[in-house]
Ligand binder design. Sequence first.
Ligand code: HEC
Length: 143
Amino acid sequence: MKGFVTASLAVFVSCLVFSSPGTTQDYDRATLGAGKIMYMRCISCHTITKNGRNLVGPNLWGVVGAIAGTRDGFKGYSEALKTSEIVWSRETLEEYIKDPAVFLPGTNMIYKGLPKEKDRAALLAYLETESANENAEHESFRY
Ligand code: HEC
């Protein structure tokens, strides 16, 4: 019995270690590298590291899965975004990034959008991974 408990515990602990979210396990480095290059179009207005500053746009750490317009301390939200009740899933993020002004008329995000599906897919892989990354070090050096 004791052996069983120990073995179960070992399995449980290794699950915790190996299934931690935000690691690069779901996407290959090539995709994340391409996503990082796409993300360069966002860095003038956004940080994505945990506790990163708000710039012209809000910090994006934890944004995937969050309710739109709820980043801590960001004062620059449009009424359109604040009252949108959007939840940022892969699908809603993809639509927003494709063409922000079309998806959300009245948005303050002055960005023309990413028309190519392949570019958006890479960017979303990067956003999903980095917005869940607990590591405070800047992500630029990781891929
Ligand atoms: C010129 C500055 C600027 C650029 C470039 C920019 N953004 Fe934004 N972003 C903003 C602003 C301002 C908002 C707030 C929009 C609003 O309230 O309508 C925002 C909002 C967002 C939100 C919603 C955040 C929330 O809290 O609901 C996401 C997600 C986002 N941006 C992702 C991106 C991504 C990804 C890129 C690059 C492809 C990008 N942005 C490029 C300024 C920018």
